[in-house]
Design a protein around this ligand. Structure first.
Ligand SMILES: [Fe+2]
Length: 192
């Protein structure tokens, strides 16, 4: 099953001014494409060619794992953003976050604290643990909660390529922009 570069689920200018078209062109069109291309090359002869991308990520090791995981992480990340995003989650996700973190601003502060505490490149995630509770997870490099027991609900790319054109090295300002385009409806639909 070939690994594909998915189209962005919105026009390249749709997330402006929070995330610019220039950043999406670079991030999706160059970086994400490079992960897909490398994963496809490394997949040849691996014995995993017939698997879906999620299963390749769960089974692969080494370079193939890194490139395939980044291909999946990015495809997932794009679906976490929306020009109609922002605000606060409602419904069951809103209730779960309020129960775990007290209120939404406190969740956001904890997420930002975890994201800003990561040295180097990686991802910040909202996951649903097997017991149903929500949790914040930060992963290094290409590592992804897809290989663990929890269900990924939301991903924030913390590699500098996600924000340096728009925010230089100010990860805190990128996170503020991220909250304006988070697709809480999509995150809520991922709950088990
Ligand atoms: Fe990225």
């Amino acid at each position: 099953m070939p690994i594909e570069l998915p189209d962005l689920p919105y026009p390249r200018t749709a997330l402006e001014p929070h995330i610019t078209a220039a950043t999406l062109d670079l991030h999706h069109g160059v970086h994400h494409r490079a992960y897909v291309d490398a994963a496809r090359r490394l997949l040849e002869g691996s014995g995993l060619e017939e698997l879906a991308l999620e299963d390749i990520v769960r089974r692969a090791r080494g370079r193939l794992f890194e490139q395939a995981a980044q291909a999946w992480n990015h495809a997932f990340h794009w679906t976490c953003l929306s020009p109609r995003g922002g605000g606060e989650p409602g419904g069951r996700l809103g209730d779960l976050l309020a129960r775990r973190y007290g209120d939404f601003p406190r969740f956001r502060d904890e997420f930002a604290h975890a994201a800003l505490g990561l040295a180097g490149s990686g991802w910040a995630w909202l996951v649903q643990h097997p017991d149903g509770s929500p949790g914040i997870v930060v992963t290094h490099g290409a590592s992804t909660p897809l290989t663990g027991a929890g269900t990924p609900l939301l991903a924030c790319d913390l590699w500098e390529h996600a924000y340096y054109l728009d925010r230089q090295d100010a990860r805190d300002r990128y996170l503020e922009a991220f909250w304006n385009v988070v697709d809480w409806e999509a995150a809520g639909k991922r709950l088990r």
